[in-house]
Ligand binder design. Structure first.
Ligand code: 5GP
Length: 176
């Protein structure tokens, strides 16, 4: 017998029920100030890596990205949240039932998080706060993930800083 399992959303991970149970257990101590341990293991495909490397070539030329067109409303996007400094819109290739990108309207050298300077601290905080507002609006405050891919090794493909807000399904660990 051949059993084919087709997940609704792609996820390059191998999380188990144990991980989900561990995540729930960890949440118990979330606000106690206890120390934390993180690990990161990736599994990007060759195509993703090649595309990411190609995208990185123009990263700091100041060339406009697709996000400039979205900010200028020259191309359509499904906007979820907007204020004076921040725009949030649905990702065109969602990786979860909720997948929203949160970006600064003014790039100001922030092609990637790796280029952040002390002068960017305020907008970085505003972006994170906007991510929380998006999660609230989307009804995923009980559990969501914020991802920032910075640079080719992280498979960043658009060089205008953006936070991915993902939720609406059980997240797995490690991420792909
Ligand atoms: P990155 O790979 O740089 O972390 O994420 C870039 C994201 O931008 C990807 O998830 C991709 O699907 C999304 N994206 C690329 N082009 C467009 C577009 O034209 N519209 C929208 N809404 N999202 C886009």
């Amino acid at each position: 017998m051949v059993l084919v399992v087709t997940p609704e959303f792609s996820c390059r991970t191998n999380a188990t029920n144990n991980e989900e149970a561990a995540a729930k257990a960890a949440a118990v101590d979330a606000d106690t100030g206890a120390p934390t341990i993180f690990s990161c293991r990736t599994n990007a495909t060759n195509n993703e890596e090649a595309a990411a490397k190609a995208a990185a070539v123009d990263a700091d030329t100041g060339a406009p990205t697709i996000f400039d067109k979205i900010i200028a409303k020259e191309i359509p996007a499904s906007i979820v949240y907007e204020d004076e400094k921040v725009l949030a819109f649905r990702d065109i290739t969602p990786q979860a039932p909720v997948h929203v990108l949160v970006i600064p309207k003014l790039r100001d050298g922030l092609t990637q998080l790796g280029k952040a300077e002390p002068g960017h601290v305020e907008i970085l905080g505003q972006l994170l706060h906007a991510a929380k507002l998006v999660a609230e609006k989307e009804g995923i405050l009980d559990g969501f993930r914020v991802v920032i891919n910075s640079g080719p090794s992280a498979c960043q493909s658009v060089y205008h800083l953006h936070l991915h807000v993902l939720g609406g399904r059980q997240m797995k660990w490690p991420p792909g």
